[in-house]
Design a binder for this molecule. Structure first.
Ligand code: PLP
Length: 439
């Protein structure tokens, strides 16, 4: 059984599904980057996944390097997760009342993230960041928020300013439909630039409620914090009385069990989580210092709610995923590091051998090959990448049976189902793709 199977069947069924979807769903999708506009070509429609592999409606198989944009760290259809969801479903999909599972997952989260004293579950990362900002504003009595160019925190109005992910991919500065007045209080600064942060606090003394960031960015492609950056942000916000929010929707349980805050040893005031915490089901969470979180209704005056928050199926999938990661953390994270390093550097070496400039940014099992010459530390340097070359590379890899995220400005993820054979096959496919690109 070969590790990679080149696409052998045409995307006939996918095309049919696409045309059918386009009649009713704008662009044929429910989330813009799925449309493959940035890389060209038509998106295969997926019907099944197992471990590190995906199958489309026409029977083509792909090695998966995006893991549903992050959640699938244990691989697809991981048996304990499937069983947990089935068991929970048999007991009723949703009650709209409290369940024991919420307390159980909360205890697991708090033990992995010591900075979180109290938390609340929501149904997406967008809700988590939106709610964290609301409670930070209530806590400080201030209006301004600081975010960073190229960071994506979901699609709530106030955060769609110079955002990453699809917003960056499509070159949209913000979003139509968001009034200027609403983003008036959002200050968007360059990432990894402490002078800009200090200047913002000087310009707005006692007016900045919070600083929110991806402590390792995934949404302009992978960009790590420069040494000292997170430490200084912690110090600046503490002195200014502003709330420091780490958006660990991607990095939580990914770069380490305890997220980027464990990896770099910095404690934020609030943390947002999503993706892995729901094991592939819709789930997010925000939490942190108890004195801030206790402002939430019903204890306090900050309103925040959700019909499906803490949903029993999402909690079951989250518990199954997080308990496995916790129990085997000492084995899982070093292995993810080893496999990720091998594929990231192996593909980069093939690019260089073919005379293609590539900058590889990687933190654990999150990484990006930027097709550019100079180090990528912020949105400006990321956006210097050759996106046309990325598009060609993406298409060649897809044809070879490797599914990369369909944008230069997204991080790749792998999981525990990826092993040495997958790495070798990926490097070999990349070698062919780069060689053909030269011709
Ligand atoms: N924050 C970060 C860092 C993310 O990567 C994402 C999604 O990619 C979000 C927030 C939004 O999460 P969701 O798509 O679940 O609303």
């Amino acid at each position: 059984e070969p590790i990679l199977r080149a696409m052998s069947r045409s995307l006939t069924k996918s095309h049919e599904f696409q045309l059918r979807a386009e009649r009713l769903l704008p662009g044929g999708v429910d989330s813009p980057v799925r449309a493959f506009r940035a890389v060209g070509g038509a998106p295969p429609f997926l019907v099944r996944a197992k471990g590190a592999y995906l199958w489309d409606a026409d029977g083509n198989r792909y090695l998966d390097y995006f893991g549903s944009w992050g959640p699938m760290i244990l691989g697809h259809a991981y048996p304990p997760v499937v069983e947990a969801i089935q068991k929970a479903a048999a007991n009723g999909a949703s009650f709209g009342a409290s369940t024991p599972a919420e307390g159980e997952l909360a205890e697991m989260v708090v033990s992995a993230f010591p900075s979180i004293e109290k938390l609340r579950f929501v149904s997406s990362g967008t809700e988590a960041t939106m709610s964290a900002i609301r409670v930070a504003r209530a806590f400080t009595g201030r209006k301004y928020i600081v975010k960073f160019e190229g960071c994506y925190h979901g699609h709530s109005d106030g955060l769609l300013v110079k955002a990453g992910s699809g917003v960056a991919t499509f070159g949209i500065p913000g979003s139509a439909g968001v009034p200027d007045e609403i983003v008036h209080f959002t200050l968007a600064l360059p990432y990894n630039d402490l002078d800009a942060v200090e200047a913002a606090f000087r310009a707005h003394p006692d007016e900045i409620a919070c600083v929110i960031l991806e402590p390792v960015v995934g949404n302009m492609g992978c960009v790590a914090p420069v040494p000292g950056y997170l430490e200084r942000l912690r110090a600046i916000t503490s002195v200014a009385g502003a709330v420091l929010i780490f958006d660990e929707v991607m990095t939580g349980f990914r770069v380490a069990l305890g997220g980027a805050q464990a990896l770099y040893g910095i404690e934020p005031d609030l943390t947002t989580l999503g993706k892995i915490i729901g094991g592939g089901l819709p789930c997010g969470a925000f939490g942190g210092r108890a004195e801030i979180m206790d402002l939430l209704a019903p204890l306090g005056p900050v309103y925040q709610a959700g019909t499906l928050s803490g949903n029993p199926l999402a909690m079951a999938a989250g518990i199954a995923t997080v308990s496995e990661l916790s129990a085997r953390a000492r084995e899982i994270y070093p292995e993810l590091e080893r496999v990720s390093a091998a594929v990231a550097s192996g593909v980069a070496a093939e690019a260089e051998a073919a005379g293609i400039s590539v900058i590889t940014n990687r933190v654990g099992s999150m990484f990006t090959w930027f097709f550019t010459k100079d180090p990528v530390t912020d949105w400006e340097s990321a956006s210097a990448s050759d996106t046309a070359l990325f598009g060609r590379f993406h298409r060649a890899m897809l044809e070879a049976g490797v599914w990369l995220p369909p944008s230069q400005f997204e991080a790749m993820f792998l999981g525990t189902a990826h092993g040495d054979a997958e790495v070798e096959a990926t490097i070999a496919a990349a070698k062919v793709a780069f060689a053909e690109d030269r011709r």
